[in-house]
Each structure stands twice: as structure tokens, then as C-alpha cells.
Design a protein around this ligand. Structure first.
Ligand SMILES: Cc1cc2nc3c(=O)[nH]c(=O)nc-3n(C[C@H](O)[C@H](O)[C@H](O)COP(=O)(O)O)c2cc1C
Length: 330
């Protein structure tokens, strides 16, 4: 898949027509579809190509001196869930940033009205858009308009990645994870800090379907069972000094590094720990299947794979409820 900016107006119109006419579920009103096709000729335009075939496109429209709107975006259904929307967005956001725009806005139907649009909301949230305001009457009462906004200039690829990470509990696509990617994720885990540099965390990646199947037979209730790979996190209680052991902090830092590395490489994952460290000792059963000595505990596993769906965004408390400056609020 290649992403490129298209500048020729008739090529833009041909691409937007081929994509929008195939997406009538979202662009069902002929008149507004034709308006998008006509107007897209004038707008900054980015398209994804499978060989020569357009798979999707995205247009930006200036709505203020410092602001662009993600005016229209469409990806053919057969290319959904392959990260194409995100790649189009990255190209458009890079263009807007370089062009000196400060903000990007996007409008959609407010969450909780139609399931299709709920998925669109989650997609925008996963890109880093923040809710600005709902306008109940901008379109019509049945379609309350949610405006999202994003600060383009402050964003940083590392911070964006960190804010995008979510616990993914959906299905995975049956696409193998190359060894070099698993190794890169594990290396990120091993690069984490550890108390007194005792490096109490060890890792085992599993990508052999027969071994995965054995492990999943003991994981009850099932979790991440469709993922083509898993990383098991092992810890040893090595004392840092006196009676101080930082093994929990050490493996937590390693896990977070690996979750971020997985997202950076286009995969999803979830921290499964509560699941396997209860009284039923699933972690020990998994450790035995992997030949792990008794002085190591298997405390967590991370499924790794390409997600079939967008991860759900959990409700998080606001900044002010959890973080303060210069003292606890009175
Ligand atoms: C120590 C720890 C243990 C966790 N164990 C599980 C688990 O067993 N099963 C699960 O589905 N999620 C587990 N999670 C993931 C959390 O539920 C998740 O991080 C939280 O709901 C916030 O969602 P987010 O990761 O998308 O921000 C665990 C997270 C941590 C930090």
C-alpha cells in the first residue's frame, strides 16, 4: 500500500468518486456525495493505492487561518482494518503541520447514536482527537454533531504513541508476527529501567501454534486466544539491597515498554496479569508447559498480533482528578 498526495484535480475527482460511490452506507445522500467529489478537487488530497488501484482517500479543508478540517475520508470496505485510515491521517497531519496549521478538527455523529458512527468516534479518539463540543442542531436532531479537535503543533510521535496505547481484548487477524518484530518488542522490554539494575525480568516469546495451543488450553477464561504470538513475562525475586526487592516495579516497566513497542510496530496487545496470578495459578501451569524453573514466576502474558478491530477507549478520570501542581488540592 502506498500513500501519496494527489494534486491533479481530475485524478482527485476520479478517486473520490470511486471510493465514495462504493461507500453508500456512509455517503448515501447523492447531493452531498457529489458536493464532496466536486469540492475535493480544490482541497489537499491524500490517497492510498494498492498497486494502481485507489483503496481510500482523505481531504483537508481550511476552516480558519490556523485550522484545517478533516473534511472527508473513505477507505473501501475490503481494505478496512489494515491501518490505512491511520496512514492517510499521518500523511495529512504531517502536511498540515508543515503548512503551519495549529489545529485539526473533524465532525461526526456523536457517540451513542449509531454503532457505525461509534466506531468512527473510537477511530478519531485513537488518533488523538479530543472532544470539543456537541452541536445538536448543526445537521439535524437525529444526527447530533460531535466536533473533535487536535493540536497539531504540540504533538510528538513518542507522546502520540503513548497516548494511543489501549488494552486490546478483541480478535486478532491470522497474520504471523515476524520474529524480528517479536525480538524488537522484547528488546524494548529488556531496555526498561530496573531497581539497582538487578534486571529481574525475563521473557519468552511464543509463536509456535502448537505451543500457543497448549498454553491457551490452561488460560481460563480464554484471553487473546486468536493472537498469533504471545510474550510471557517471567520474574525472579532478586533483592536489590537489604530486604528491598523491586521485581514488581521492574517487570511493570518492562511490560509498559513492550506494550508501547507493539503499538509502534502496528500491533495490539493487553496486559494479562490478574487473569493468571489468582489462586488457580494459571501462570505456574503456563510456566511448567514452557519448562520454566521454579525460581521464576510467570506473572503476565501479552498477546501480540494485528487487531481485527479498533481498541475500545476506556473512560479515564480527568487530569484534575488525579494530578496537581505544588500540593494536594484543598
Ligand atoms: C497490573 C495489571 C494487571 C492487568 N491485568 C489484566 C487482566 O488480567 N485482564 C485484562 O483484561 N486486563 C488487565 N489489565 C489491563 C487493565 O484492565 C487496563 O490497563 C485498564 O482497564 C485501562 O485500560 P487501558 O490499558 O486501555 O488504558 C491489567 C493492567 C495492569 C496494569
Amino acid at each position: 500500500m502506498t500513500i501519496r498526495q494527489v494534486t491533479n484535480p481530475s485524478e482527485k475527482a476520479a478517486i473520490s468518486r470511486s471510493v465514495l460511490e462504493a461507500l453508500r452506507d456512509w455517503f448515501e445522500v447523492d447531493e452531498s456525495r457529489e458536493t464532496y467529489i466536486r469540492e475535493s478537487k480544490e482541497w489537499p488530497f491524500f490517497a492510498a493505492f494498492d498497486g494502481e488501484t485507489p483503496a481510500g482517500f482523505l481531504c483537508l479543508k481550511e476552516t480558519g487561518k490556523q485550522t484545517v478540517e478533516l473534511a472527508v475520508m473513505g477507505v473501501l470496505k475490503e481494505y478496512h482494518r489494515q491501518g490505512i485510515g491511520r496512514q492517510l491521517f499521518d500523511a495529512a497531519a504531517g502536511y498540515a503541520r508543515n503548512a503551519g496549521y495549529q489545529f485539526m478538527q473533524v465532525k461526526t455523529v456523536k457517540e451513542g447514536v449509531y454503532p457505525d458512527y461509534d466506531a468512527t468516534n473510537r477511530f478519531y479518539q485513537s488518533l488523538g482527537f479530543c472532544e470539543l463540543e456537541v452541536f445538536p442542531d448543526l445537521w439535524d436532531r437525529d444526527n447530533p454533531c460531535q466536533v473533535y479537535i487536535m493540536n497539531l503543533q504540540k504533538s510528538d510521535p513518542g507522546l502520540d504513541l503513548l497516548m494511543r496505547r489501549r488494552s486490546y481484548r478483541g480478535k486478532y487477524r491470522p497474520v504471523p508476527v515476524p520474529r524480528e518484530d517479536l525480538k524488537a518488542i522484547m528488546e524494548a522490554g529488556l531496555a526498561a529501567p530496573s531497581g539497582c539494575n538487578k534486571q529481574t525480568t525475563s521473557l519468552i516469546a511464543v509463536d509456535d501454534p502448537a505451543v500457543l495451543e497448549k498454553l491457551h488450553r490452561v488460560i481460563d477464561p480464554p484471553a487473546g486466544a486468536t493472537a498469533p504470538a504471545m510474550i510471557c513475562v517471567l520474574t525472579r525475586r532478586i533483592y536489590a539491597y537489604r530486604d528491598r526487592c523491586f521485581s514488581v516495579q521492574d517487570y511493570s516497566a518492562a511490560i509498559e515498554n513492550m506494550l508501547l513497542a507493539a503499538v509502534a510496530l502496528g500491533y495490539q496487545s493487553c496486559w494479562y496479569e490478574g487473569h493468571i496470578t489468582d489462586e488457580d495459578r494459571i501462570g505456574r501451569k503456563m510456566a511448567d508447559l514452557l519448562g520454566v524453573p521454579e525460581n521464576y514466576d510467570l506473572v503476565c502474558f501479552l498477546p501480540v498480533g494485528v487487531a481485527e478491530s479498533e481498541p475500545a477507549a476506556p473512560r479515564k478520570k480527568s487530569f484534575d482528578e488525579r494530578a496537581w501542581f505544588n500540593g494536594f488540592p484543598s
